[in-house]
Design a protein around this ligand. Structure first.
Ligand code: GLN
Length: 247
């Protein structure tokens, strides 16, 4: 099957190899006989809600977020319509912050978000940098990655976190939660990129996108060996244990 992917602002929001997540999805889809068709959509381009099964946004510095925020706000209706229609949305760090109501940067400038997730973010003085380990009870799995953000994200009423912080800062360095999940919409601070060391989440995204593409249920994907990926997860988790969550 063909999975239609829109990579939003790949030319502005792509730090810590966030675009690597698309490369991993492409390989894992191909190993199961599926194909990823990736379209890059950026400032001034049209976004049609029926044109994709998966929407992906990477992370970026305040400057790049300021360059795309108004354009993303103008695409907000299309993104919300697509998400209501069951497409998968994955956003990392700066992209995650712009899925909320707003991001107030370190200079107090408020960037509009699209309000797809019930949260808002306010930048603090000290950046939260380091390795992270999460416990995702909803999946019975852990997630390992790397965070670097000034933003403190506050989940609002009804918001579900992506995971509980085992090691690291997470959304705000206080609540012990990281990210946000609403059905097939996921936001997270985890860079790395995320998927090479967390193949289960890559497969979850792939299966949900295939479900959207077929108009049916997410299929059971044939398991892959993932030896290297599992080893990378263990190394990343160990680093989080020794170095995560320290200013
Ligand atoms: N600029 C945002 C912050 O500092 C997001 C950073 C990022 O995407 N890594 O919080």
């Amino acid at each position: 099957m063909k999975i239609r992917v829109v990579h939003l602002y790949a030319d502005y929001l792509n730090i810590y190899a966030d675009r690597g997540n698309i490369a991993v999805l492409g390989r894992r889809a191909a190993w199961r006989g599926h194909e990823l068709a990736v379209e890059s959509v950026s400032i001034g381009d049209t976004l049609r809600p029926d044109d994709f099964d998966l929407l992906y946004i990477g992370g970026g510095q305040d400057r790049e977020q300021a360059l795309v925020a108004v354009d993303l706000a103008a695409k907000g209706d299309a993104v919300r319509e697509a998400a209501d229609g069951g497409c998968v949305v994955l956003a990392v760090c700066g992209g995650y912050q712009l899925l909320g109501r707003f991001y107030r940067d370190r200079d107090g400038v408020e960037l509009p978000g699209i309000g797809l997730l019930p949260l808002h973010t306010v930048a603090g003085e000290r950046r939260m940098i380091g390795d992270v380990l999460l416990d995702c009870e909803w999946a019975g799995r852990t997630l390992a990655g790397f965070e670097n953000h000034a933003g403190r994200t506050h989940l609002e009423d009804g918001a579900l976190p992506l995971g509980r912080v085992v090691h690291g800062f997470g959304n705000d360095g206080e609540t012990g939660f990281e990210g946000c999940r609403a059905g097939r919409v996921i936001g997270t601070y985890l860079h790395g990129p995320l998927f090479p060391r967390n193949p289960w989440l890559a497969d979850w995204v792939l299966a949900e996108a295939l479900g959207h593409a077929s108009g049916g249920e997410p299929p059971e994907l044939e398991p892959l060996a993932d030896e290297l990926e599992s080893a990378a997860h263990v190394v990343s988790a160990e680093r989080a244990k020794t170095r995560g969550g320290r200013f």
